[in-house]
Ligand binder design. Structure first.
Ligand code: FAD
Length: 475
């Protein structure tokens, strides 16, 4: 009787404990991915994530084929599909790696108990996160709401296991259950057609993730401390979509970064692994507090007087606010499915504080456009930016987009890359084209209000309005 290996957010063979368990059992393996858009509460993927998943599953299938097996594609509510597959294959065991959203956990628990009742082994493993979010606890046994003490506890426990090797073989079953044609799932989005712009930038899959890691560790980790805030010459790892889909293991990254002593200093290594732990912290919040993308973590924000302004929202989404750093970020997102972290903070703050638009609108747009759109990190970071989250930036601290731009994109490299219509402006004026003398604008071929918009809000007025709205919230 075969073992059913159920892939979910762990689309890799290296350091995949459920795969190792299935391979070591010596039984044939039926490897399956289930596209589940029916189980209630499971958030459907955004368009850019679907594009990524489609590519990633093709890559995973190739990797599984190299191990002498095939990946089976099925769609429908996961509990029903697992039940059918167990009946079709006569599987004696079902294995998977754990996930941590409320609906996912409920579903997995009910599948586990249904299988166990029928005498079928159901085993789950830790692979998505280095520490179980239910186990990192304060001294009084509560979940953390603040990152730094979470990090301290995390680091003190520090028993992050070493990564496991990929299996040598995945023994094929005598016959395979039927599989959907991946193309029938409609994962390839038509509007916008990401296959051009996103495909130019990204290669999904485990092999590409390993290459990306090698490149980052060899070239960029050592400068991470200083370089990570500058979006122009982007030198962060760009591993987020690979981590999102589990194409690379955080355990592997943790050890690989720590082992990089010869090329990177202590501080750079520590700063970077702390980012990996921000991801763990987001999952800690998701697991312990739930509904992160729907409910304000800080309930005071339930009374916030958000503005319902469709034309502002569209201007923000399409990169036409008239603030170059904001627009460059929003265009990078739309064109490449990704945005630099510093700019995510700037555009997030701009939406929530300058335009007074509910953070959930921004979270939804990011969810749809990001290849790394993550069920935990995206809402947690949006709430952080909005001021409504756990350990959030205080709402009254309002980013000044011009100062951020001058500080982190001094020479306007990033702005020029995404806003070619401003490319000819001198460095001095690229952050605030509306303050440039008319002759400078003319020489650079810029006509404000025509080739590039005037700012849709005035910074100072917007700031005052935001602070007034905050006061109203406090009652
Ligand atoms: P690196 O700087 O190389 O960091 C390494 C890894 O650490 C990242 O790949 C990521 O997995 C993790 N990480 C880094 N920063 C954070 C953070 N602040 N919170 C959680 N994990 C982090 N990250 C996502 O993975 N998915 C999201 O949907 C997402 N949405 C965001 C929304 C907003 C408004 C903001 C401000 C940040 C968001 N982030 C999100 C966090 C961060 O911007 C990205 O993880 C980072 O830009 C990815 O680039 P990198 O892989 O080069 O990161």
């Amino acid at each position: 009787a075969p073992t059913l290996m159920w892939f979910r957010q762990d689309l890799r063979l290296l350091d995949n404990p459920a795969v190792c368990h299935a391979a070591e059992a010596g039984r044939p393996v039926v490897a399956v991915y289930i596209h589940d858009e029916q189980t209630s509460g499971i958030r459907p993927l955004g368009a850019a994530q679907k594009w990524w998943l489609n590519q990633s599953l093709k890559k995973l299938n190739q990797a599984v084929e190299k191990k002498g097996n095939h990946l089976i594609f099925r769609s429908g509510p996961a509990d029903r599909v697992i039940d059918e597959l167990v009946k079709e294959t006569g599987a004696a065991s079902v294995v998977w790696n754990r996930r941590y959203g409320e609906s996912e956990e409920k579903l997995d628990a009910s599948i586990k108990s249904a299988l166990t009742d029928r005498g079928i082994e159901a085993k789950s493993f830790k692979a998505l996160l280095m520490h179980e979010p239910a186990l990192v606890r304060t001294k009084t046994g509560n979940p953390y709401k603040v990152y730094t003490p979470f990090w301290k506890t995390f680091r003190a426990e520090a028993d992050v296991r070493q990564p496991l090797p990929a299996p040598g073989e995945l023994k094929a079953p005598d016959s395979y259950p039927k599989s959907d044609d991946l193309a029938s799932w409609g994962l390839h989005p038509s509007k916008p057609d990401w296959s051009g712009t996103i495909a130019d930038k990204w290669t999904p899959g485990e092999d590409a993730a390993q290459e990306q890691m090698e490149h980052f560790l060899a070239d960029d980790l050592r400068v991470y401390d200083e370089a990570r805030d500058h979006p122009g010459p982007d030198r962060t790892s760009r591993l987020s979509p690979y981590l999102r889909f589990g194409e690379i293991s955080p355990f592997q990254l943790w050890h690989a970064a720590h082992d990089q002593r010869r090329t990177a200093g202590d501080s750079a290594r520590e700063t970077w692994v702390k980012e990996l732990v921000w991801r763990e912290f987001s999952y800690h919040l998701l697991h312990n507090f739930q509904s992160l993308h729907e409910k304000n973590f800080n309930e005071k924000f339930d009374a916030f007087p958000w503005a319902n302004n469709a034309s502002f929202l569209t201007a923000w989404q399409t990169g036409k606010t008239g603030y170059p750093i904001v627009d460059a970020g929003m265009r990078q997102l739309y064109q490449t499915g990704w945005m630099h972290n510093r700019v995510r903070m700037i555009v997030g703050s701009f939406l929530v504080k300058h335009l007074l638009i509910d953070w959930r609108e921004g979270e939804r747009w990011f969810w749809d456009c990001l290849v790394d759109g993550d069920p935990a990190s995206n809402p947690a970071q949006w709430q952080w930016v909005a001021g409504s989250g756990a350990d959030a930036a205080p709402y009254f601290r309002i980013f000044n987009p011009m100062m951020q731009s001058e500080k982190f994109d001094k020479k306007g490299e990033y702005i020029r890359q995404y806003i070619p219509e401003l490319a000819q402006l001198p460095d001095k004026h690229i952050h605030m084209p509306w303050e440039a003398p008319l002759t400078v604008l003319r020489d650079a071929g810029v006509k404000l209000g025509d080739t590039y918009p005037m700012p849709i809000v005035d910074h100072k007025t917007a700031r005052e309005k935001a602070l007034a709205a905050l006061n109203e919230t406090k009652g």
